[in-house]
Design a protein around this ligand. Structure first.
Ligand code: GTP
Length: 612
């Protein structure tokens, strides 16, 4: 295929608008699979994708059609994965913007539109699910007109489920989507836009060849990594990996070249000919990798499972370069990691995959965010305590500056949240956002019934349970999307938990001052629930910073002294045996207790208090 016979396109849609269903229909149309041959949606391969009905890992497939090669780059549809959407857009010259007729334009439709628009990618609007009874297609057309200025004659109307009007979509792609910019005559230059890890063959890099060609046996070099490799295999996805002799300029496919980890195949990396002078290569500027925004502690439920879990975590992260894994340890929970995720959903998916694919039992602690602090402009202080740095990152209580007077200001991360809500619920939703310390942005009406509202919110408020509350409050009628939006000055507090006057470092956290009281109450009430009565009174107290004043406190009363006496007197011989058995059982159980001063705390208490 010459570049003019190639089209590289993606499908983007709000969750559930029918992306996978449409991809399946396109595969059937191209003759790659027979209708109904595979009942499950084959682009959603991973178990968790099937279970949760969402696509996590972008997959690519090459569709032969009427003498053209149409490369469909699959993109995930959830808020947390906009990183993956933008990485797919790097190699797409056009997208199908899919909108379900019954739901109309939703938050992610709008986010996806702007991602593509900003990159000058050709956008083909497609209204799906027109087979559903009672849908008002014209209403959706009006939304597309008022929000994005699409005219009715530019819009496709289909049913991905029944196949109605799907065939013309491929012709539309050939007509509207420009061919890739590619030069077959120059030496090799290919860009990596995705990767996965295979047990025996190492990293598999998905590439778009921009110049020249890449073939088996060729020696290549990476631009950023500056390493040389021998190409073991190149191929295309149809939809399974199918080796070919070469990938030519304009083509999308995969390359296997003995890369040991997906780190060597990072998104945005360039593969080039060994003969090319590096200084002549323009690195790809359009892509910025997304950084983790949400952090959580990850520990094995049983500390003896640490080694197994370590392997599982390493393998899984090979396949998911967007997670950040940092070894961590805690006196109560043992060895583990601090893990950075793109968002809360990403975190859930990662832990579900650990459980399903690796059969691992894990504890994920409540998610937190990264804060920053500006150190006062004083060379001596900066040198002495902060390695000369003017700004430090704060992940948890142990990285919190011990002397707050060193700090000029603290910063917390902000996000821009787009919400599409029914007009009559706007008051409720605005209330929720302002309660979460939000700053209101623009309000646009989508039509008479729904509004698009934009808020700037602290990420710390969003990661707790913002989206759950939003869904509940609007009975699922609100849709949302969010993206990082800089930093804001904030007052941060180190929240400590004291048990009978002794601090328990596992429970210490950094929180914005305004959230401290609620968090203190939550921790104290959970601890009261989890710590069993002792022979003496136990006092639980949450304090802020170096103050000894309680933000929240409670007392666990002691066992009554004469309790055992009472039992012995009343239960007779058989009962006594059972009691002794129970007591010796409890003694064994004590091995699982952690002593804090003279207070015994069951290990589960740590999990149950800290877990999400
Ligand atoms: P994510 O991967 O979560 O982003 O979802 P998706 O956009 O891939 O949606 P998917 O293809 O899984 O479709 C979601 C639901 O809508 C499924 O139950 C489909 O059967 C249904 N669906 C998709 N297209 C149509 C259609 O044209 N008509 C009708 N009636 N239902 C459809």
């Amino acid at each position: 295929y010459t570049p003019d016979r190639i089209r590289n396109f993606g499908i983007v849609a709000h969750v559930d608008h029918g992306k996978s269903t449409l991809a399946d229909r396109l595969l059937e149309l191209s003759g790659l699979v027979k209708p109904g041959e595979r009942e499950s949606q084959m682009l959603d391969r991973l178990q968790v994708e099937r279970d949760r009905g969402i696509t996590v890992k972008a997959q690519t497939v090459a569709l032969p059609y009427k003498g053209y090669l149409l490369n469909l780059i699959d993109t995930p549809g959830h808020a947390d994965f906009s990183a993956e959407v933008s990485r797919s857009l790097m190699v797409c010259d056009g997208i199908l913007l899919l909108i379900a007729a019954n739901q109309g334009v939703q938050a992610q439709t709008i986010a996806n539109f702007w991602l593509a628009f900003d990159r000058s990618v050709q956008i083909i609007p497609v209204i799906n699910k027109i087979d559903l009874k009672g849908v008002n297609v014209e209403k959706v057309e009006n939304q597309l007109k008022s929000l994005f200025d699409f005219n009715p004659d530019e819009i496709q109307r289909i049913s991905a489920k029944t196949g109605l009007n799907v065939a013309p979509i491929l012709d539309e792609i050939i007509a509207k989507c420009p061919p890739p910019e590619a030069d077959p005559k120059k030496p090799l230059k290919a860009i990596i836009f995705d990767s996965l890890f295979e047990h025996y063959r190492g990293a598999v890099a998905f590439v778009l060849v921009r110049e020249g060609s890449i073939r088996r046996g060729q020696r290549i070099r990476t631009y950023h990594g500056e390493k040389e490799y021998d190409v073991v295999e190149v191929g295309i996805m149809r939809p399974d990996m199918t080796p070919v002799s070469a990938l030519n300029a304009g083509q999308v496919g995969y390359v296997i070249c003995n890369m040991k980890t997906t780190k060597e195949a990072t998104v945005g990396e360039i593969l080039h000919a060994v003969t090319t002078d590096k200084s002549l290569i323009q690195p790809f500027v359009g892509f910025k990798p997304h950084k983790p925004t949400v952090y959580a502690g990850l520990f094995p439920v049983d500390t003896s499972d640490y080694e197994d879990l370590k392997q599982a975590v390493e393998r899984l992260s090979l396949n998911d370069p967007s997670v950040e894994i940092i070894p961590d340890s805690s006196p109560a929970l043992g060895l583990g990691w601090r893990v950075g995720f793109l968002g809360v959903l990403h975190m859930e998916v990662f832990s579900t995959r650990l459980e399903q694919e690796y059969d691992a039992q894990v504890i994920l602690t409540q998610p937190s965010v990264e804060y920053r602090a500006h150190i006062k402009d004083n060379e001596t202080i900066r040198k002495k305590r902060y390695n000369g740095k003017g700004e430090i990152r704060i992940f948890n209580a142990s990285s919190f500056p011990s002397d707050e007077s060193d700090i000029e200001k603290f910063l917390e991360p902000m996000v821009k949240v787009r919400l599409v809500v029914p007009a009559e619920m706007m008051g409720l939703v605005n209330g929720l956002c302002s309660e979460a310390r939000g700053e209101r942005g623009e309000i646009t009406s989508i039509d008479e019934e729904r509004m698009l509202i934009i808020w700037r919110l602290p990420l710390a408020e969003v990661v707790v349970d913002f989206f759950e509350r939003l869904k509940k409050m609007t009975s699922g009628y609100a849709s949302f999307d969010y993206e990082p939006d800089g930093w804001k000055e904030s007052r941060l507090i180190r929240l400590n938990i004291m048990i009978n006057g002794k601090e328990v470092p596992e429970f210490s956290q950094i929180v914005p001052g305004v959230m401290a009281m609620a968090r203190a109450k939550l921790l104290v009430s959970r601890l009261k629930r989890e710590i069993p009565r002792q022979q003496f009174e136990v006092q639980i107290k949450a304090t802020a910073g170096t103050s000894t004043k309680a933000l929240s406190q409670t007392i666990i009363p002691p066992w009554k002294k004469d309790f055992l006496q009472l039992l012995k007197g009343n239960i007779g011989k058989g009962g006594m045996e059972r009691l002794n058995k129970k007591l010796s059982h409890q003694k064994k159980g004590k091995a699982k207790m952690k002593m804090l001063g003279n207070v015994q705390i069951p290990k589960e208490a740590f999990y149950n208090v800290l877990k999400n």
